[in-house]
Write a protein that binds this ligand. Structure first.
Ligand code: 5RP
Length: 228
């Protein structure tokens, strides 16, 4: 077995986290996502933190990690554009469309991604799929709409489950709930995102087609593959 083949999933995340450093624009505010792969990216940022005047983050967890490194974190409202946003994904297809929200940060992720000219997705190769939907689709919802939204997803062939934490409904950074929808096959991500986004009570659907990845760095046994 060669050395690359022996890399664990955590090592693959570290590999793509380091590889994403080449997309950081020195002297510019950086957009930073959420999750275990992004944590590896934030750790790698320590090497170049003198070149980063600040960051906009998509979660309280990433904000804390950035601040612990000494990188100032700005409010998204204080920024008009970002050249780059780096984030992970739960699934990514061949067009760069993604399912995101496994870490419950999808709403802020979509808001920060929408400020960015370039979305750099970092993931291990297991996240690459032909058709989105094997990973249960996260949807952030207003709690009073959860039951009716569950029925709408059932009509599409999905089974919506309220995400729990410690036995009670998980509450997002925005004070809302998450439905995880199992059993969907999302062959037309843009049309799906457009449709579900206008259902009353949906805050954010975890399909990122409008904010799809411009570049994806996939960690695999043979190293980092760049898809663009
Ligand atoms: C959080 C996300 C994450 O980017 C996604 O869940 C991937 O996380 P990880 O890098 O831990 O696999 O969308 O809401």
């Amino acid at each position: 077995m060669n050395q690359a083949a022996a890399l664990s999933q955590d090592e693959l995340k570290q590999l793509v986290g380091r590889a994403a450093l080449q997309y950081v624009v020195p002297g510019e505010i950086l957009g930073v996502g959420t999750g275990s792969t992004v944590n590896c990216f934030i750790d790698a940022l320590a090497q170049i933190k003198a070149q980063i005047p600040g960051a906009v983050s998509s979660s309280e967890a990433s904000t804390q990690r950035l601040r612990a490194l000494g990188i100032p974190v700005l409010e998204a409202a204080a920024v008009q554009r970002l050249s780059v946003y780096v984030d992970g994904a739960d699934e990514i297809d061949g067009q760069g469309c993604m399912i995101k929200g496994g870490g419950a940060a999808l709403t802020r992720e979509k808001i920060v991604a929408a400020l960015a000219e370039r979305f750099v997705c970092i993931a291990d190769a297991s996240k690459r799929v032909q058709v989105l939907g094997r990973f249960p689709l996260p949807v952030e919802v207003i709690p009073m709409a959860a039951a009716q939204l569950g029925r709408r997803f059932a009509a599409l062939g999905g089974q919506a489950r309220l995400r729990l934490k410690d036995g009670v409904p998980l509450v997002t950074d925005n004070g809302q709930h998450i439905l995880d929808v199992h059993g969907l096959q999302i062959g037309a991500p843009l049309a799906f995102e457009n449709e579900v986004s206008q259902w009353p009570g949906v805050v954010t659907v975890g399909v990122f087609a409008h904010q799809r990845a411009s570049v994806c760095l996939l960690g695999s046994a043979s190293g980092v593959q760049t898809l663009s």
